[in-house]
Design a protein around this ligand. Sequence first.
Ligand code: 5GP
Length: 129
Amino acid sequence: MASIFTKIINGEIPCYKVAEDDQFIAFLDINPNAMGHTLCVPKTEVNKIFDLDEAVYMDLMEFSRKVAKALEKTVPCKRIGMSVIGLEVPHVHVHLIPLNEMKEMTFQHKISLDHDQMESLASKIQRNL
Ligand code: 5GP
């Protein structure tokens, strides 16, 4: 069965898209740890990050770096945190999280943004790519 992220990639489920190329997509996390929490996802569905082909892994890091730079320009923060978990969605994704406090990396502390805020944030990040 296709993962929820494959459904997003195929346009079957909406997302607040931040960046896309032929191999990867980045969109805002629906349940963010902090303002601008973004997921970078390979379009090819693979469960675990270290099972990616080496070239795809390296390209994912480069794609994530570009998105992180745009995030840092857009969202006031001390730095961009990066995490890979995958216990909820078994489709490789890199979490990029603009950080001001350690608790924002714990995945226990969540914030709530409405549709307009998410849409406007995604557009601002896109413009800073
Ligand atoms: P993990 O698999 O790394 O533990 O967590 C999966 C992440 O994907 C969570 O932060 C969760 O909020 C996010 N997520 C799950 N389903 C969706 C979805 O349908 N859309 C978006 N944008 N994010 C999702």
